[in-house]
Design a protein around this ligand. Structure first.
Ligand SMILES: *[C@@H]1O[C@H](CO)[C@@H](O)[C@H](O)[C@H]1NC(C)=O
Ligand SMILES: *[C@@H]1O[C@H](CO)[C@@H](O)[C@H](O)[C@H]1NC(C)=O
Ligand SMILES: *[C@@H]1O[C@H](CO)[C@@H](O)[C@H](O)[C@H]1NC(C)=O
Ligand SMILES: *[C@@H]1O[C@H](CO)[C@@H](O)[C@H](O)[C@H]1NC(C)=O
Ligand SMILES: *[C@@H]1O[C@H](CO)[C@@H](O)[C@H](O)[C@H]1NC(C)=O
Ligand SMILES: *[C@@H]1O[C@H](CO)[C@@H](O)[C@H](O)[C@H]1NC(C)=O
Ligand SMILES: [Zn+2]
Length: 422
């Protein structure tokens, strides 16, 4: 990519000049062309000048894309216009997607620790490890835990732990059972509009899926392998660097030993270095320590102090601090202003990466989060879905160059944009 195209800017300028000077009454083809150019210039990347080779690639890509759009018009099935669960298979077959998959991505900056890797691996590999127990919860969900056979299993909250190996030996159809486990670990369902009729229902299912996944991933041997496998998946998609939001919950060993937050960060560091050794063009991993936004002020104070400590102890691996969980249901950022201002008051550096504006509400405390995130010097904004309603935030984020981590699929799944509003 080269410098901006100044000729384009000149064309844009002359268009405005002409428009305001009212040089003619009717639009001419040249006016139309200028307006289209102006719009193109305002697209993301519109002010970059492509090289000869990039233009060639673009030409090929656009041809394939046009073909896909034409096919979509014919069949009435166009992946970008469908619910992701129904579109996923189409997307995976799409030649456009395959090209995008090969393209270098730079960084994956909005990831969560228990949703880094395809769930197939958790079911087909992690739950098949020795000593893996399952608990069927009263509400039809599942939890997992790895125990020594003769270990006291009562310590972990569940009425009955069943050894998975034994359980699989006695059931009729293991494939079907494994599929049910996969459904527990994702939101995928055939009829999402029916299953998820409100954001609250989705957020509950979402937390259950995370809880089930975390009960597997928090086992130390799984923790490290899961992360290595995840890096492999990102690398395969040509992602060079990742940052993960992590609660840094205790990781456990078979004998019940619990590890603390430093251990988890060192484990991420160690696995990431190992992966970099195996794949030298991978650039690494950073962790954004995150806590739930339902904490109270006293708990948040402790968390902020912990974050400062971890940030100074692991400057190469810690990126900063964030809050996770359903924004509508949690506390707004301003509720924690005293705690979040502690680092600034102490003169200690702690970058913020706030989730903010992941809401459909307007005019409440929650949707001011996006303004408060900027006031608190956030480095990026997670989702920022409501930013189009907050003009000042939009302008300020541009001025301060605070990037927004946009995820249209998430917005669709979580029903912020519903395909069917009925
Ligand atoms: C996961 O399990 C599958 C099937 O048992 C096996 O083929 C694969 O090698 C395993 N992958 C890893 C990373 O252990
Ligand atoms: C765990 O304990 C809580 C109460 O502390 C209870 O509501 C929940 O059902 C228990 N979970 C399981 C799996 O037994
Ligand atoms: C087991 O379940 C799978 C998935 O539901 C199904 O495709 C398969 O035919 C079943 N196998 C048997 C032996 O019933
Ligand atoms: C979770 O797994 C259990 C046990 O197989 C199953 O009964 C339940 O239907 C699964 N949950 C979902 C959402 O599929
Ligand atoms: C974690 O435990 C280690 C010892 O196992 C200790 O040195 C370290 O300070 C602890 N870190 C935190 C953040 O508590
Ligand atoms: C935000 O940055 C400004 C300018 O660097 C600084 O004065 C202020 O203390 C910072 N606020 C926080 C909450 O870090
Ligand atoms: Zn998130």
């Amino acid at each position: 990519m080269k410098a901006p195209n100044f000729r384009k800017e000149a064309a844009v300028f002359s268009f405005f000049f002409c428009l305001f000077a009212v040089c003619q009454t009717f639009p001419t083809p040249a006016d139309r062309a200028s307006l289209i150019k102006l719009e193109q210039f305002q697209f993301t990347g519109g002010n970059l000048l492509s090289t000869e080779k990039e233009l060639q690639v673009n030409c090929i890509l656009k041809r394939i894309k046009a073909k896909e759009i034409m096919e979509g018009m014919k069949t009435g099935k166009f992946a970008p216009a469908m619910h992701f669960f129904r579109a996923k298979e189409l997307i995976e077959q799409s030649p456009v997607f395959k090209i995008i998959q090969m393209m270098p991505k730079g960084a994956g900056l909005h990831l969560h620790e228990y949703a880094l890797l395809n769930v197939d691996w958790l079911v087909k590999n992690a739950t098949y490890l020795p000593n893996c127990y399952i608990c069927f919860t009263p509400v039809g969900g599942v939890q997992f835990h790895y125990f020594n056979r003769n270990q006291q299993k009562k310590m972990v909250n569940c009425s009955e732990w069943v050894l998975l190996e034994q359980y699989r030996n006695q059931i009729q159809n293991v494939t079907e059972f494994d599929n049910s486990l996969m459904r527990n670990l994702t939101l995928i369902t055939e009829n999402p509009e029916e299953a998820y009729q409100s954001q609250n229902i989705i957020w509950h299912r979402f937390s259950d899926a995370f809880a089930a996944a975390s009960s597997l991933i928090s086992y130390a041997p799984v923790f490290k392998t899961y992360f290595y496998e995840a890096l492999k998946e990102f690398y395969h998609d040509n992602v060079q660097y990742i940052e993960i939001r992590a609660l840094l919950l205790p990781v456990y060993e078979l004998d019940g030993t619990l590890h603390n937050k430093s251990w988890s960060i060192m484990a991420y560091q160690e696995v990431s270095r190992q992966f970099k050794n195996d794949n030298p063009d991978f650039m690494g991993t950073k962790v954004i320590f995150s806590v739930h936004r339902k904490l109270n002020n006293a708990e948040m104070k402790i968390a902020v102090h912990e974050a400062m400590e971890l940030y100074s102890k692991f400057p190469e691996t810690m990126a900063g601090f964030d809050m996770v969980g359903h924004e509508d249901a949690g506390h707004p950022l301003w509720y924690f202003k005293n705690e979040l201002l502690i680092p600034a008051k102490l003169g200690v550096k702690l970058p913020y990466f706030f989730h903010a504006g992941e809401t459909d509400w307007e005019g409440l405390h929650v949707d001011e989060n996006i303004l408060d995130a900027l006031l608190l010097n956030t480095s990026r904004i997670g989702h920022g879905y409501s930013i189009n309603k907050r003009l000042a935030a939009k302008q300020l984020s541009k001025k301060l160059e605070v990037a927004i981590e946009v995820c249209p699929i998430s917005n669709q799944l979580q029903c912020y944009v519903c395909p069917d509003e009925s």
